[in-house]
Design a binder for this molecule. Structure first.
Ligand code: DGL
Length: 263
């Protein structure tokens, strides 16, 4: 699996809980983060380089844990790579349609994700009459990277960004970016407890389990005394920084991070 940086570890976390016998190889493209403001062509090139490397490393399936990379590159990766490639947008859209009580559905994400229209398209494919409001929240990513998840600045920025969502009365809000689940309490305080927040991590983990099962690729349940699954974490820059901050996204301590340059 890969993300532009640390944020995709929220998806890794969900996968580890859902599929505890599987070994993960996680790439955080820390040399080139953020993907959010970059052009679709650039994000596709980065995603292709990482996807090809993961295949060389022998993975049986790839999860694009980054919303922006899913929005811009999922189709290209699925066409180019010989293993199943799963993104986070479809699972998030599916969960949103299920959660909505018929009111408007809000989507927040990076500038690239929102400009791509990927979530709106995916939601309206399932619910053609759904009203979808999408707005970029670019400052949320640096807030989370700084650990300012419960900072007055986060509340102020959320208040401003989310005003159109509140005014439109959305009943469901998709957190369409890896980092946003860490701002859940600020976002929920702004939107009100009755608005359902959708984090695509859980839904994506369920989709990975379903696809591996369908294709006979699931690892058999780890038996007692069998070796534990071996997870690897790779960063394209500053692996020590990744090591120090990764636990914030992962819930479990990280013990080692490898360094690899993608070209
Ligand atoms: N991982 C990105 C996403 O989910 C957020 C960070 C970035 O802009 O690279 O869209």
């Amino acid at each position: 699996m890969f993300d532009s940086g640390l944020g995709g570890l929220t998806v890794a976390n969900a996968l580890m809980r859902r599929l505890p016998s599987e070994s993960l190889l996680y790439v955080g493209d820390t040399a080139r983060v953020p993907y959010g403001p970059k052009s679709p062509e650039t994000v596709r090139r980065y995603a292709r380089q990482i996807g090809e490397w993961l295949v060389q490393e022998g993975v049986k399936c790839i999860v694009v844990a980054c919303n922006t990379a899913t929005a811009h590159a999922l189709d290209a990766l699925q066409a180019a790579l010989p293993v199943p490639v799963i993104g986070v947008v479809e699972p998030g859209a599916r969960a949103a349609v299920r959660a909505s009580r018929g009111g408007p559905i809000g989507v927040i994400g990076t500038s690239g994700t929102i400009a791509s229209g990927a979530y709106t398209k995916a939601i309206q494919q399932r619910a053609p009459l759904a009203r979808v409001l999408a707005t970029p929240c670019p400052l949320f990513v640096p807030l989370v990277e700084e650990g300012w998840v419960d900072h007055p600045a986060a509340r102020l920025i959320a208040h401003d960004y989310l005003a159109p969502m509140r005014e439109a009365g959305v009943d469901t809000l998709v957190l369409g970016c890896t980092h946003y689940p860490l701002l859940t309490s600020v976002i929920s305080a702004e939107m009100g407890a009755e608005v359902r927040l959708i984090d695509s991590a859980e839904e994506t983990a369920a989709e990975v389990a379903r696809i591996l099962n369908e294709r006979g690729l699931l690892h058999p349940p780890t038996e007692q005394h069998a070796p534990a699954p071996a997870h690897r974490f790779v960063a394209s820059d500053a692996p020590q920084h990744f090591l120090a901050l990764g636990g914030r996204f992962l819930d479990v301590p990280l013990t080692a991070v490898e360094y690899h340059v993608f070209t």
